[in-house]
Design a protein around this ligand. Structure first.
Ligand code: FAQ
Length: 333
């Protein structure tokens, strides 16, 4: 696994009686369902894990704007264009709440963005695939935002207060995103045979990457055990992936689309859809920066940041001017 290898200070999960008193109190608060707030004492590893996850999440939201941004000028109607634009703007907002949540942990936004731009920080693997047709807007909303919701609803109850609270609004907006995606798929599947084929082609390309979004299998997930103990993760990667498959397969059937997995079967005994083997080589290649769009995504983000320098400078100049004016009129201020 190609991980940033954040040192959490705990090679194995320690029992309460192995912890120092301060850490034991902290763990007992978490076990008791009490939220941890920014100014509370926390183990260094807890802070680092949250900075890692929340910043990756924030980066995913803003890099995640790019595949859809590609289709704003090509949306098939004014209505579809407005909806897509609103959705993409929501993703920017999600990035901002999440960077703010990460900042409560004592890290600067500039440092986080620096890590994204240098290629050091990760963002979700899913945003390194190209968007080849309008149907991809439907598939992203339905499958990608749908998966994001399944992953993020439990985060509304995670142990860190600022992250949990940010997730409440994010999840409400993601629900609208998933519905707009499904609505696009419905329109295409009820359209001409060519439109339905376009929808099928999009599902063929987005299905497996959507399953990969949930992260490596539980056996390979290096961070899960500690994150579960700290109640940052309430469900494992595989549990959430299974939820997504169980929820989505009937929706695909309703659309009259085929899930591109010849091994997919419904297990009557367990009530779950069993899926085929995920190509983890593809996933790991993307994490190493070698997906179809990794380089392009980073280049675009860096350029957008550089192009926006004048605006950030203007904001600072404006704030300085306001402060100077206040100081001149009220020397006590
Ligand atoms: N892509 O030990 P684990 C969205 C990394 S938002 C890239 O299992 P963990 C909205 C992982 O970071 C989508 N890297 O890690 C939207 C770790 O490496 P590290 C983003 C991945 O953290 C829709 C290593 O593999 N959502 O879609 C991925 O316990 C449409 C080992 O993995 C979030 O970020 C991946 N898919 O569990 C926006 C949700 N999976 O850091 C625009 C919050 C794993 O040690 C348009 N995050 N890795 O170097 C999480 O829930 C967790 O971080 C997981 C990974 C579940 C993603």
């Amino acid at each position: 696994m190609y991980a940033q290898l954040v040192e959490t200070g705990s090679k194995k999960i320690r029992a309460l009686d192995e912890m120092a008193p301060q850490e034991r109190d902290f763990q007992q608060r978490i076990d008791g369902g009490i939220k941890i707030e920014a100014k509370d004492w926390m183990p260094d590893g807890y802070r680092k894990t949250l900075v890692r996850q929340i910043s990756q999440h924030a980066h995913s939201e803003i890099v995640g704007q790019l595949p859809e941004g590609n289709w704003v000028t090509r949306a098939p109607s004014l209505k579809r264009k407005s909806i897509l634009l609103a959705k993409i703007q929501d993703e920017a907002g999600h990035g901002l709440y999440l960077y703010s949540a990460a900042e409560t942990l004592g890290v600067s936004r500039d440092a986080l963005l620096g890590d994204l731009h240098s290629g050091k920080a990760k963002y979700s693997s899913i945003f390194n695939y190209p968007t080849l047709s309008w149907a991809d807007m439907g598939a992203i909303g339905w499958l990608v935002d749908g998966s994001a919701i399944i992953n993020q609803i439990p985060l509304c109850r995670c142990s860190y207060g600022p992250y949990a609270r940010a997730m409440v609004r994010v999840c409400k907006e993601e629900s609208f995103h998933a519905r707009q995606g499904y609505d696009i798929m419905m329109a295409l599947c009820n359209g001409t045979p060519e439109q339905k084929q376009m929808a099928q082609d999009a599902v063929n390309r987005w299905w497996w990457p959507s399953l990969m979004m949930f992260g490596p299998s539980d056996a390979e997930s290096i961070n899960s055990a500690q994150s579960a103990a700290w109640r940052i993760k309430l469900f494992s990667n595989d549990e959430l992936r299974q939820k997504m498959v169980d929820q989505t397969v009937p929706q695909a059937h309703f659309l009259g689309l085929t899930v591109p997995d010849p091994d997919l079967t419904f297990n009557e005994a367990t009530g779950h859809h069993e899926y085929g083997i995920i190509d983890w080589t593809e996933f790991n290649n993307i994490l190493k920066g070698n997906g179809p769009c990794n380089r392009d995504r980073l280049r675009t983000r860096v350029k957008a940041y550089e192009d926006g320098a004048w605006f950030r400078d203007a904001l600072v100049a404006h704030a300085d001017k306001q402060a100077a004016r206040r100081a001149a009129t009220d020397p006590a201020a």
